[in-house]
Structure formats: structure tokens, C-alpha cells
Ligand binder design. Structure first.
Ligand SMILES: O=C(O)CCC(=O)C(=O)O
Ligand SMILES: [Fe+2]
Length: 362
């Protein structure tokens, strides 16, 4: 892909001009009809950058935007409920259940995370009595969750299929063959609420730097806060929320399945406006649990094992995270040196954008 000569737009954050990175836009309707030029662009985005906007404003995609609005209403109601109601089942397993604010390391040194989250997995919602807190377990709410999960599955499977075709993969080697709908996986819908937080005085801040465990992540948020660090970039920059689109990023599993030719996107979330409540919805399409990968350390590992090990690293305190292989949190992605030492391997806090950032990620 041609290097963009565009001067990036910037926004003021923490007394500094921070870039807003440009991103390609893939059209969902053209993707569905497998138009060769669109598939070629899709493959290039995943290989060169690891992320893109997905335009859902056409007739095929609009229903996913309606699902997003219905899910947001449900989220407001859920997150405004008492803690005991939200935490009815606690965190049932890493991809299912509720996590209160501060369960993980935060985005800046010596902070905990600044969000609460409820996850409903694709396998769980199909059970006769799913582990879903009673406040959102009535039949209209279950329908909203089912629509969001099924719609996100359709969208991410269409992307996966477009990538297989774009790469000329056939038969069993197509990516869909390790993401079959009837096989157990940790694919899940995560609904997040970030509380207002001010880096100058608060201790619960954002979502630490990481790559996703997933094959593909479909992310909806109408609000600023997501930052990415494109391959080769020297600093994190914001992603502009664009109405009518979702942000899609490649995760570790697809990077591994593509023989490490696709980029797993390094990202984090920071509070742009310290007074704002922020809401985001992420669907993580994950490989079947039994799928075998070669990870960044050259280990043969199942998708299920990779998920569990990385989840453990995510939720460990910084001292323990520092003991995990350095490739764990960033899925083998390396960062360009910036004005400070590389952060992935360094357990000590480093200064990024004039702020202390946690050394290992979200
Ligand atoms: O809240 C967001 O915008 C991103 C969340 C995220 O990166 C994640 O849940 O993996
Ligand atoms: Fe993420």
C-alpha cells in the first residue's frame, strides 16, 4: 500500500498534539459480493496495517447499525443497575460474565483499568438457560443480544471469507474452516462502559495497550478514546469515530493462521474527555478451540490454550505480566522505538506522550 503523504490531523490531548491516523474504508456490500478490487484492498489492509473502517451504511449493513443502537440502550440499563445485579454470576469464564471497574491493569503506570464489562458468548446465548444476569435476561433483551451476536458473526465471517478468497485459499485451507459455527469457540460479545476519569488525579484509567486474542474484532463506538499504534509508527494516535462504520482489526489468531503475514493491531483506550462516560461494543470472532497455531515463540498451541494464557496475562498485575513471554501481550508484534525504550519488554514504566504508560498491555 502506498505510504500516505497526507499530513495527519491531530487532536490536543494531555497538553500535546496527538495524531489521528487515517484508515482505509472497506464497503460491506462490495465485500459481500466478493468484488475483486475490494478483496484486494481488504487483503492489503490486513497485511500492511491490521485495521480498517467497515462501511455499514448500505442496505446489507444497516441492520447491524440498528443492532448497535439497541445494544447501547440495553447497556445503559445494565450498567446503571446495582453492582449486585450486574455481578449476579461474576466472571463465569474469561469470555463470559461481568468484570467490575479495576479488574485489570490500567493504561498508565500505577493505574487500574477504567471500565466495567459484560461479555455474552456466542456458544452461551444458544443454551436453554444462559448465564446472563436477570436484569437483561428477559426475552426482548435476549433477542437484542442474539441479533448483535448473529449479525456480528455474519459480518466477521464475510470478512474472513473475503480474505480467504483474496489470498486464493481453497478447500480446507480457507480460514472459515477453522471457524466453523457448530464447533466450540470463545467467540464473544463484549459490552464496555468506561467511567469518567482524569489522568491527573484518578487511578482507574482506560484500557491497557494490547493486541486482541481474536481472529477479527468488530468494534462499535460513537465516542473518541481508541488509540492505535500502526506498524512502524513511533507513537499512539487516535482513531476518529465515523458514523455508519465499525472499526475492524486483525487479532493474534489470524496473524498466526496467516503465517504471521497479517498485522495484529496494537491498540489501547484513553480518556480524551475526562468528564465523559464512554460505551463500546466489541465482537471477538475467535477460532475453534481445537485449532492449532504456531505462536510468536514458535510453540504449537491450540486457540483455546492461547486464549487462556493471554487472558491470564491480561488480568495479572504488572509484575506477573512482566514474566510472560514478551510476545504474549502484543501477539509477536514489535514496536518501533520512540523517544523512550521499547515498552513491550520493559517492566518499568516508560514515558509516552509525556505520560507514564504501563509497560505491558491490556
Ligand atoms: O473500547 C474500545 O474501544 C476497545 C476495547 C478493546 O480494545 C478490547 O476490548 O479488546
Ligand atoms: Fe482490544
Amino acid at each position: 500500500m502506498a505510504i500516505s503523504t497526507e499530513i495527519p490531523q491531530t487532536v490536543q490531548w494531555q497538553g500535546k498534539k496527538v495524531p489521528v491516523y487515517p484508515m482505509e474504508t472497506i464497503d460491506f456490500s462490495r465485500l459481500l459480493s466478493q468484488e475483486p478490487a475490494e478483496l484486494e484492498r481488504l487483503v492489503r489492509c490486513c497485511q500492511d496495517e491490521g485495521y480498517f473502517y467497515l462501511d455499514l451504511q448500505n442496505i446489507d449493513g444497516r441492520r447491524m447499525l440498528d443492532d448497535q443502537q439497541e445494544t447501547l440502550k440495553l447497556m445503559h440499563r445494565f450498567f446503571e443497575s446495582p453492582l449486585e445485579a450486574k455481578n449476579e454470576f461474576g466472571l463465569v469464564s474469561p469470555h463470559l460474565g461481568y468484570e467490575p471497574v479495576g479488574s485489570r491493569t490500567g493504561v498508565l503506570a500505577n493505574t487500574k483499568d477504567g471500565y466495567e464489562m459484560i461479555k455474552v458468548s456466542r456458544d452461551e446465548i444458544q443454551k436453554s438457560s444462559p448465564h446472563i444476569p436477570a436484569v437483561i435476561k428477559n426475552s426482548p433483551d435476549i433477542k437484542v443480544l442474539e441479533n448483535a451476536i448473529a449479525g456480528s458473526n455474519i459480518v466477521t465471517k464475510a470478512i474472513l471469507s473475503g480474505l480467504s478468497t483474496g489470498l486464493g485459499l481453497t478447500g480446507a485451507s480457507r480460514f472459515e474452516n477453522s471457524h466453523r459455527n457448530d464447533r466450540p469457540s470463545t467467540s464473544t460479545l463484549a459490552m464496555m462502559h468506561y467511567i469518567p476519569s482524569d489522568p491527573a488525579k484518578d487511578h482507574n484509567i482506560g484500557h491497557q495497550k494490547h493486541t486482541d486474542i481474536s481472529s477479527l474484532t468488530l468494534l462499535f463506538s460513537e465516542q473518541w478514546g481508541l488509540q492505535i499504534r500502526p506498524p512502524g509508527a513511533r507513537e499512539f494516535g487516535f482513531v476518529e469515530p465515523r458514523p455508519g462504520t465499525a472499526v475492524v482489526n486483525v487479532g493474534d489468531s489470524l496473524r498466526f493462521a496467516s503465517g504471521h503475514t497479517m498485522q495484529s493491531c496494537i491498540h489501547r483506550v484513553v480518556p480524551l474527555d475526562p468528564l465523559e462516560h464512554r460505551y463500546s461494543i466489541a465482537y471477538f470472532l475467535r477460532a475453534e478451540n481445537a485449532t492449532m497455531f504456531t505462536d510468536s515463540e514458535g510453540r504449537h498451541i491450540t486457540a483455546g490454550q492461547w486464549h487462556d494464557e493471554k487472558f491470564f496475562a491480561f488480568t495479572s498485575p504488572p509484575e506477573l505480566q512482566a514474566l510472560a513471554p514478551s510476545s504474549m501481550i502484543l501477539g509477536g508484534m514489535t514496536e518501533e522505538d520512540d523517544e523512550v525504550a521499547p515498552v513491550a519488554a520493559a517492566p518499568a514504566p516508560v514515558t509516552v506522550n509525556g505520560l507514564k504508560e504501563t509497560a505491558v498491555g491490556a
